[in-house]
Design a protein around this ligand. Structure first.
Ligand SMILES: Cc1cc2nc3c(=O)[nH]c(=O)nc-3n(C[C@H](O)[C@H](O)[C@H](O)COP(=O)(O)O)c2cc1C
Length: 188
């Protein structure tokens, strides 16, 4: 995380205000979606790993949730402000319905055995170390109510029951670029 300049960026604004794309697959066959929820932290530090992790939360209705479940690695990519509309597009269309990266004007490129985008200014390449849905019983009552009252954003399952997000914890294998990094701006 050396390239993250926290003097310039409020850490809590990263996901909430800047948004990111979470993606998995290869440039030829991949999918990604916009996320506004995510966490950086330290977990399962052990010999040979720093324990630096990034955690994302995907609702099971997202195609990207399915794609992450099927891959051992995933990426979390941040973009310069000029790609706000592209992120809006990736967050309001499903990869089930077509090549939305192309439609959004984003170019998938390889990173490790996963995928990011040429237009990204910073990408975290992650090895998935945990995936599981939140346990409904463990959620505070108002969180369940939040899901129940937003069925359009969080579609219910086949039985009409609300469903919570899945948690994906990724051990950071590599960080490419940096926020506001001039070379990254040049790449677009
Ligand atoms: C600003 C923004 C933030 C979002 N944050 C999340 C999120 O954190 N988790 C999630 O599951 N969906 C989130 N979404 C919704 C998905 O990006 C959206 O449903 C997307 O179309 C799913 O695409 P897919 O079916 O190709 O995966 C967000 C959408 C927007 C516009």
């Amino acid at each position: 995380m050396d390239s993250l300049d926290i003097r310039e960026t409020e850490i809590f604004d990263l996901f909430r205000k800047k948004w990111a794309l979470v993606s998995a697959g290869t440039p030829e066959k991949c999918n990604g979606c916009t996320v506004g929820w995510g966490s950086f932290g330290t977990l399962w530090t052990r010999p040979g790993t720093s324990g630096s992790v990034v955690t994302v939360y995907l609702h099971p209705a997202r195609y990207t949730c399915e794609v992450l479940q099927a891959h051992e690695t995933f990426t979390v990519s941040f973009f310069p402000e000029k790609y706000r509309a592209a992120l809006g597009y990736m967050g309001s269309h499903s990869g089930r319905d077509g090549d939305k990266a192309a439609a959004a004007g984003l170019t998938p490129v390889p990173i490790g055995d996963s995928v990011t985008y040429r237009e990204a200014e910073m990408t975290f390449l992650c090895r998935k170390v945990y995936q599981h849905p939140f346990e409904k019983e463990g959620l505070a009552p108002e969180i369940g109510e939040y899901y129940r009252s937003h069925p359009k954003a969080y579609p219910p399952d086949g039985d009409g029951e609300w469903q919570p997000h899945w948690i994906f914890v990724g051990e950071i294998l590599r960080t490419e670029g940096g926020l506001g990094c001039p070379e990254a701006e040049g790449r677009s």
